[in-house]
Design a protein around this ligand. Structure first.
Ligand code: ARG
Length: 464
């Protein structure tokens, strides 16, 4: 410190201030109670920065050794829950720096050479997000595996496929599940893609304009496992695109989880009764003793709204900010953390829940009998006998009307009854009107034939 000392107990930056901030302002501006979650990343970033400073002879080897020793101790204190987090020191960065200085003296004060909290915090979040994206990628993979296992068990189990929530055509339950697997495969691609843009080093931008010290940014990038450096110092400290991308990727994952949840809830409703979900994922009612409610899927459907909210929040946070860093940016952390926590818990629970789904094939088969699910198959049959598709469509529509009137399904008609709708119909029609025949006939890539479903499962497994 030079001739004029900062006021006793002041902040790291309070030298130019004539009065301390009020307690309310202190609380309002502090972030330590949520950003301390990035302590490990903050220490990792500081150690890489210090190593570079020493390599460039900006600090001495002794200073580096002292910083390393101090950080080792701080890391232990934090891990053991002994670290004294202090609101007066505002955020994770200043808390750690202050403790470092208390432990190793002037070397601690030299750590911040050529650096600002602006590039420091941007680095910390990117490191944190990178770890988080890797966790999410692994969880998506586990969730896909769980869905594949269930799909394999039910590669041949017929389920009414719906359009407009009305029975449309038979599909297999396995095929239906594979639709969600496709969504999750795309989600993994988006997670991995988001990681690429997040994985660049802001350090070296300092406050906004770069630094006068002869730093080596590439070295720091390499030390921290970044793919490269942020190429413009103003952008480096103010860019939060990666946070918006992450909440957007997370939102889309939650859309997929929410759609699946909606189906699980519907399927589990006693009115439908296609599946049961293991008790450990359900709860009862405090008043109605008979109830078993699908709380986990319902909550997941609800939590999707919370994640979309964070995406909106993040977009709004950024839209009015001039270059470069503004304190607004501190508001990025809680939505990011909450998005990650919500998503990680949800994916964990869904991978587990997929193993706790019991399928009731009789209920699915019964539902298939009620919606003329093989009507399209009959039309295709007539086309193969030479009738133009529009005429075939018309003939089958008349058959469905008659079946409705009689209160039966298409395969319940006698051959003579069917022939009233088209003389092209022969004895071989009954093989086409069965659910098994309908499924087996859709035998192309992407189709619901059990053989195709099994092949699709094998392809995804090979890609995993
Ligand atoms: N706690 C701050 C944040 O999260 C760190 C950066 C503060 N920089 C500043 N110039 N006040 O954004």
């Amino acid at each position: 410190m030079t001739e004029q000392q900062a006021p006793e107990g002041g902040k790291a930056w309070s030298g130019r201030f004539s009065e301390p901030v009020s307690d309310l302002v202190k609380r309002y501006t502090a972030s330590v109670f949520f950003d301390r979650r990035m302590a490990a990343q903050d220490i990792r970033g500081s150690l890489a920065h210090a190593k570079m400073l020493a390599k460039q002879a900006i600090i001495s080897a002794d200073d580096l050794a002292a910083i390393q020793r101090g950080m080792e101790q701080i890391k232990g204190e934090i891990e053991r829950g002994e670290f004294n987090w202090n609101l007066d020191d505002e955020d994770v960065h200043l808390n750690i720096e202050k403790r470092l200085t208390a432990l190793v003296g002037d070397a601690g004060k030299r750590l911040h050479t050529g650096r600002s909290r602006n590039d420091q915090v941007a680095t910390d979040i990117r490191l944190w997000l990178r770890d988080t994206l890797d966790t999410i990628d692994a969880l998506l993979r586990a969730y896909i595996e769980a869905l594949l296992n269930l799909a394999e068990k039910h590669a041949e189990t017929p389920l009414p496929g719906f359009t407009h929530l009305q029975v449309a055509q038979p599909v297999t339950f396995g095929h239906h599940l594979l639709a969600y697997v496709e969504m999750m495969k795309r989600d993994r691609e988006r997670v991995q893609d988001c990681r690429k843009r997040a994985n660049r080093l802001p350090l070296g931008a300092a406050a906004l304009a770069g630094t006068t010290f002869p730093i080596d940014r590439e070295f720091v990038a390499k030390e921290l496992g970044f793919d490269g450096v942020c190429e413009n110092s103003l952008d480096a400290v103010s860019d939060r695109d990666f946070a918006i991308e992450f909440t957007s990727v997370a939102s889309l994952i939650m859309v997929h989880i929410s759609r699946f949840s909606e189906e699980l809830i519907l399927w589990m409703s006693p009115r439908v009764g296609f599946i049961d979900i293991a008790d450990r994922f359900c709860t009862g009612s405090s008043i109605m003793p008979q109830k078993k409610n699908p709380d986990v899927p319902e909550l997941a459907r609800g939590k999707s709204g919370r994640v979309f909210g964070h995406l909106m929040g993040m977009l709004t946070l950024m839209k009015g900010q001039p270059l470069a860093y503004n304190k607004d940016n501190q508001e990025d952390k809680e939505p990011l953390f909450d998005t990650a926590d919500t998503l990680i818990d949800t994916l964990r629970i869904f991978a587990d829940m997929a193993t706790g789904i019991t399928v009731k094939p009789e209920a699915m088969a019964a539902a298939l009998k009620q919606g003329y699910a093989t009507a399209t198959d009959l039309a295709d049959y007539l086309v193969k006998k030479g009738l133009p598709f529009r005429d075939a469509h018309e003939a089958v529509a008349l058959a469905v009307r008659a079946a409705e009137k009689k209160g039966c399904d298409l395969p319940d008609f006698t051959l003579a009854e069917l022939q009233a709708f088209s003389s092209l119909i022969g004895e071989d029609v009954f093989a086409v009107l069965t659910v098994a025949g309908s499924l087996a006939a859709r035998n192309h890539i992407g189709g619901t034939a059990p053989a195709q479903v099994k092949a699709a499962i094998a392809r995804v497994r090979a890609q995993l």
